[in-house]
Design a protein around this ligand. Structure first.
Ligand code: CO
Length: 136
């Protein structure tokens, strides 16, 4: 069902400090930067092997990531698995009894199509499935 880990999402307060850590100290290449209004974040993608690290800076305190940081502090936020067909995967997961945050996929970073699964049905791990846009 899941092809590979596409990325891990990390909630950050200080984006410049986080970029310095990942780009400079960890020598990962920063490959994309985008404001995703629908998710209330400024997102940075860095390459690591075939996968990515996604740094997420909330656009405000009332966003999902803003609330996460207020509750838990900055840190690991979600894991994202790559799938070939996000619609079919959502249908399968729903049929298997997995609780969905997104009943329908939405547009994610770099024109991917994404959906989140509820951590209450995934052992406490906020889980994203992502169908990357062609070429990514
Ligand atoms: Co993500």
């Amino acid at each position: 069902m899941f092809g590979r880990i596409d990325h891990i999402g990390v909630a950050v307060e200080d984006l410049d400090a986080a970029i310095a850590l990942y780009e400079t100290s960890f020598a990962m290449e920063l490959v994309h930067r985008e404001t995703v209004e629908s998710q209330g974040v400024e997102a940075i993608l860095l390459d690591v092997g075939d996968g990515h690290v996604e740094l997420l800076r909330p656009l405000g305190p009332d966003t999902a990531v803003g609330k996460f940081i207020a509750r838990s502090g900055p840190g690991l936020h979600h894991v994202a698995y790559a799938v070939d067909d996000v619609d079919a995967t959502l249908t399968s997961l729903s049929a298997a009894g997995i609780r969905l945050i997104d009943a329908e996929p939405r547009v994610g970073i770099r024109d991917s199509r994404v959906a989140f699964l509820h951590p209450r049905s995934t052992g406490g791990v906020l889980t994203e499935i992502v169908e990357p846009a062609k070429g990514h």
